[in-house]
Design a protein around this ligand. Structure first.
Ligand code: SAM
Ligand code: DTB
Ligand code: SF4
Length: 338
């Protein structure tokens, strides 16, 4: 097999061999492959908006929004479309190219869905890329999302199939795979990733990457989250359990296993040093969540990321479509006011 070629028949042994290479060799190989498919000095930025917070029926052990966990998150009604639009404008102004709208649902209801579709329409009309993460979907909902032009659907596998029941019991790993499969079949790009640091073993991380690497279509983006331990969740005690070099190894392995996928350095950046993040970019991470807040927890301030990018000579990927749309609108306004 040629270096950087996309393949879909990875074995656990092959992935373990990559993960366990001497660190310098691993980063070198990941960076070499990265350069075959991407601009090495460009990072894509997505901003999160929590469109429906708390009260979720699932029992994910890491999550502040599960109704089963005793956290201090307020259960809120679904956001109004206008508020999403306002947050999207702020995100776009800061330079984010994609808005990722998340809801604390096991699955969206019929009643909630029209408003979600409206949100996608207004954000798309601004020229931003749209991503939703709403839990499980049925075929009709997927078709409606396709019809309004949703760009990405996020649905994480979180961990290996073997470790999954230790983290979530209200749905199965197979339920997740089924939703991903239906979304891909409808022609919507999939974003799917996992969490490192929940008590899983090194081998579970290899298995998770194998599952992604052997999908017929690799996810377009793979968010790699470092667990944010949250008070009141069963995983609150999992502090400082993950060595940052192990985390960087997972990022670099994801790059090698899925050469054309955007590998997103996701939750957990508050506890990673700038130097560790720079090694993640060197190992092939080329996307981040950008903006001061994730869903319920903090993320580095946008200004901090900008200065880190400046130190590293990294450019934020631009959204040419949105820029030309904004230019067109500005010239229309000039014409109207002339
Ligand atoms: N309810 C939907 C679902 O589960 O697909 C969408 C929202 S859910 C919060 C999205 C993802 O955020 C989860 O799958 C998980 O990977 C990540 N996540 C949630 N809480 C986290 C935490 N404390 N640390 C790291 N990642 C977390
Ligand atoms: C993903 O993989 N991580 C994001 C997004 N997809 C939806 C969410 C991270 C949430 C971190 C914990 C919180 O803020 O509640
Ligand atoms: Fe609900 Fe998603 Fe949190 Fe699980 S991760 S409890 S499904 S919001």
């Amino acid at each position: 097999m040629k270096l950087g070629e996309v393949k879909h028949n990875w074995t656990t042994k092959q992935i373990r061999k990559i993960m366990d290479m001497p660190f310098n060799d691993l980063i070198f190989q990941a960076q070499t492959i990265h350069r075959m498919h991407f601009n090495p000095n460009e990072v894509q930025t997505s901003t999160l908006v929590n469109i429906k917070s708390g009260g979720c029926a699932e029992d994910c052990a890491y999550c502040s929004q599960s109704a089963r966990n005793q956290t201090n998150i307020e259960k809120e009604q679904m956001m109004e479309v206008q508020e999403v639009l306002e947050q999207a404008l702020v995100a776009q102004e800061r330079g984010a190219t994609r808005l990722c709208m998340g809801a604390a649902w096991r699955n969206p209801t019929k009643k909630d869905f029209p408003r979600v579709l409206e949100m996608v329409k207004v954000v798309k009309a601004m020229g931003m890329e749209t991503c939703l993460t709403l839990g499980m979907l049925d075929e009709i909902q997927i078709q409606q999302l396709k019809d309004v032009g949703l760009d990405y659907y996020n649905h994480n596998l979180d961990t290996s199939e073997a470790f999954y029941p230790q983290i979530i019991t209200t749905r199965t790993f197979q339920d997740r795979l089924d939703t991903i499969d239906k979304v891909q079949k409808a022609g919507i790009n999939v974003c799917s990733g996992g969490i490192i640091g929940m008590g899983e073993q090194h081998k579970d991380r290899a298995e998770l990457l194998k599952t992604f690497g052997n999908m017929h279509i690799h996810p377009n983006s793979v968010p790699i989250n470092l667990l944010v331990p949250i008070e009141g969740t069963p995983l609150a005690h999992m502090r400082d359990k993950t060595d940052s070099f192990e985390f960087i190894r997972i990022i670099a392995t994801a790059r090698i296993v899925m050469p054309q996928t955007y590998v997103r350095l996701s939750a957990g950046r508050m506890t990673l040093t700038d130097e560790a993040q720079a090694l993640c970019f060197m190992g092939g991470a080329n996307s981040i969540f950008y903006g001061d807040k994730l869903l319920t927890t903090d993320n580095p301030e946008a200004g901090h990321d900008e200065s880190l990018f400046a130190k590293l000579g990294i450019q934020m990927q631009r959204n040419i479509k949105a820029e030309s749309q904004a230019k067109k609108m500005a010239s229309q306004i000039t014409e109207l006011t002339a």
